[in-house]
Design a protein around this ligand. Structure first.
Ligand code: NAD
Length: 325
């Protein structure tokens, strides 16, 4: 049994917890939000955790197992008893995820960490910490959501047919019923819009986000995003980062996807033929399913690496995720 923790209990964190309910190889023993945490070494009641978070604003209110604290991450790390954490945290500011990794190292914690980080510049910070993570006894899997993540890994597999890669084009469609279920995701998407930045999006109030979304009729259209798929594919030796493009459409008012999420890998075979492989996600699969599924698949792969003594930093483009039963 793999004892799992989830840091961040918003849209993705709660979806991750619900996904784990159906698994026999992993169980949720720890979860934290900004105001508190819940910890139970024999497994948390996921429905109770989601109910308390939604009705009272923090996991810290969970009877018997909840603790209200402004230092929830540090306090939860100190409890021990967790083999691996999924970091379903906002990366706001752009250095936040790296600072969380620092906290784990400073605490002397050993185990597996998985993130679903999106920005290239944020992943570069983690990559520069690789040697220190290794020395600390941490196996850190970065970029393990949908994009980066599932689609980046699919691009690596597709690239095997080619002698040279011309272009990797990722196009995503996301439909969510209301933006408040995924506040960090939407703020970070706004940060990619022309005229916006991470700092500007982080400083926006909920009312300002709401007003901006109203102006756009709930639709965010994104092109040429700063997405770490480029860096990951470059590091994996697939192609230089300037050959990778990422864009998409997010509908914040409708759970139906505005377009089918796909990755197209165009390359030239050893015989000189140019062709394109396309990997398209099923329209019925939600963002939560396509992020949390891979995150735990990479967590399982990370646990196996860690048990064999392999630590340090890995991206979703260099390790195969393992299916969690
Ligand atoms: P959210 O806003 O719904 O929830 C964030 C959670 O983090 C909340 O529970 C909040 O209390 C908690 N939190 C914030 N600061 C904290 C702190 N200092 N200590 C402890 N907890 C803290 O977020 P979301 O929409 O679920 O997104 C989470 C992340 O996932 C975002 O960074 C987003 O970009 C990323 N994401 C990645 C992909 C991908 O495919 N790679 C897709 C979607 C989202």
């Amino acid at each position: 049994m793999i004892n799992v923790g989830v840091l961040g209990f918003g849209g993705l964190g709660q979806a991750a917890a619900r996904l784990l309910e159906g698994k026999t190889e992993m169980r949720l023993v720890a979860a934290a939000d900004q105001q508190g945490y819940a910890y139970h070494p024999e497994g948390l009641d996921v429905a109770a955790c989601c109910g308390v978070y939604q009705n009272q604003g923090s996991l810290g209110h969970l009877p018997h197992y909840g603790v209200i604290t402004p230092t929830s991450i540090a306090d939860l790390i100190a409890q021990g008893g967790v083999d691996g954490y999924f970091l379903a945290l906002p990366n706001l500011p752009n250095t936040f995820m790296a600072s969380v990794a620092e906290q784990f190292m400073a605490a002397g914690w050993r185990g597996v960490l998985v993130d679903a980080l999106k920005r290239t510049s944020a992943m570069e910070q983690l990559i520069s910490m690789g040697d220190r993570l290794q020395a600390a006894g941490i196996t850190y899997m970065t970029g393990c959501g949908a994009t980066p993540g599932l689609l980046t890994a699919a691009a690596v597999i597709a690239a095997q047919s080619y002698a040279e890669i011309d272009h990797v084009k990722i196009t995503f469609g996301v439909g969510i019923a209301n933006w408040e279920a995924y506040r960090a995701t939407i703020r970070e998407d706004i940060a990619h819009m022309p005229g916006y930045s991470v700092e500007k999006a982080q400083a926006m109030s909920d009312a300002e986000v709401e007003a901006l979304l109203n102006q756009m009729h709930g639709i965010i259209t994104l092109e040429n995003m700063e997405h770490a798929d480029d860096l990951m594919l470059e590091l994996a030796g697939v192609c230089s980062r300037d050959r990778v493009t990422v864009g998409g459409i997010v509908d914040t008012r409708n759970p139906k996807k505005p377009l089918s999420t796909n990755v197209q890998i165009t390359g030239r075979t050893f015989e000189g033929k140019t062709s394109t492989h396309t990997f398209t996600l099923g329209d019925e699969t939600s963002m939560a399913a396509n992020v949390c599924g891979p995150a735990f698949g990479y967590l399982k792969a990370g646990i196996n690496l860690h048990r064999r003594g392999t630590m340090g930093l890995f991206t979703a483009a260099e390790i195969m995720p393992q299916f969690v039963c």
